[in-house]
Design a protein around this ligand. Structure first.
Ligand code: G3I
Length: 317
């Protein structure tokens, strides 16, 4: 057994945490487990700090839902990862359809990032300032930000976040950068170019949305990031399977969780791990990948799966 945050701390990590979301906070048994800060020393708001939730119309900011996550973390003495400032998804239509010129969109990004990071100044350990900038082949995602501003939007967002809260750690976060490949190389090149330009960048978030049976060591790839002078974190870990779940799939999933955690454990500057909610009851997976699920370490009845012991073993490896 054991408690995951306590085990992670004993292994020298800063936190073990979970994403959560506002609708789940009415589920008392769910909240009771989430609120155990020896299990989860950190939480990430799964939706309510995103652009559509925080600035639904231009210049009008709403923090009611976001602040409910802050209150929970404060009540439980848990760290917070801010998620996120600039992302192509969950954008309000006034951003995507505004046809803004470059100077205007740059100013919109600066206002958005500085306002939300400033609102939570002093409250976060880190922020995903830029989320998912790359396609899987390592080219830049041609979203409204890139199409209007080329790559400069990244520095604009990072600088705005830095001026709003100089202490929070500024991350770029993406998926399919867990192991070596074109997308990981693209992220490394971005970190290098930001560093050489003197743009503030503290960390790379490696999301970790993985598939049972397809997980391999991440150690050398994580070390390639930290060699550039940034920390890394596993920010959205879950390992999905094709349903129905079987004992064999659960056993493989335990091995796969252990592989991920031991990869982080092997890299000193891999500072923590966040699972993208702790229970299958609230996982994003089934709604996105038809017929798949079972990705989290707790099942939909809030019972621990074998994956839980894989996490403990990984920190103790
Ligand atoms: O808020 C509306 C609600 O009004 C409506 O009734 C309902 C009906 O569909 O939809 C609600 O919006 C949903 C939203 O979550 C809030 O619950 C969206 O449909 C749904 O698509 C959205 O999914 C989120 C997803 O990001 C969007 O891409 C997931 O909850 C969230 O876990 C997921 O998180 C992302 C990370 O931010 C970035 N990395 C990948 C990760 C998984 O996709």
């Amino acid at each position: 057994t054991g408690k995951l945050h306590t085990v992670a701390k004993a292994a020298g990590k800063t936190y073990f945490g979970s994403a959560t979301d506002n609708p789940e906070l009415t589920d008392s048994p769910y909240v009771a487990i989430l609120s155990d800060n020896t299990m989860f020393g950190q939480i990430t708001p799964g939706n309510s700090w995103k652009w559509d939730a925080t600035e639904p119309s231009r210049g009008t900011f709403t923090f009611t839902a976001g602040d409910a996550i802050l209150s929970l973390a404060q009540k439980n003495s848990q760290l917070l990862r801010g998620h996120n400032c600039v992302w192509y998804n969950q954008l309000p239509s006034w951003v995507t359809s505004g046809n803004f010129d470059a100077a205007t969109l740059q100013s919109i990004i600066t206002t958005h990032c500085s306002t939300i990071v400033g609102h939570y100044k002093g409250d976060t350990y880190s922020w995903d300032v830029v989320n998912e900038p790359f396609n899987d082949d390592g080219t830049w995602r041609t979203d409204v930000f890139y199409n209007t501003l080329n790559t400069s939007y990244v520095a604009t967002a990072l600088n705005a976040a830095k001026s709003a809260d100089s202490a929070t750690k500024l991350y770029i976060n993406d998926y399919n950068i867990e192991t070596a490949g074109a997308k990981s190389t693209a992220m490394q090149n971005l970190v290098k170019s930001l560093k050489s330009a003197g743009t503030p960048i503290d960390g790379v978030g490696v999301q970790g949305h993985l598939i049972v049976g397809e997980v391999s060591s991440m150690t050398s790839n994580l070390a390639a990031f930290t060699a550039l002078g940034v920390e890394v974190a596993i920010t959205e870990l879950d390992i999905r399977m094709t349903l129905p779940a079987t004992a064999a799939l659960y056993a493989q999933q335990k091995t796969d969780y252990q592989t991920v955690i031991s990869s982080c454990q092997a890299v000193a500057e891999c500072i923590g791990v966040t699972i993208w909610d702790y229970t299958d009851k609230y996982s994003w997976v089934p709604a996105t990948f038809s017929g798949q699920g079972g990705a989290c370490p707790w099942d939909a009845s809030l019972l621990k799966k074998p994956a839980f012991d894989g996490i403990v073993n990984g920190f103790q490896s």
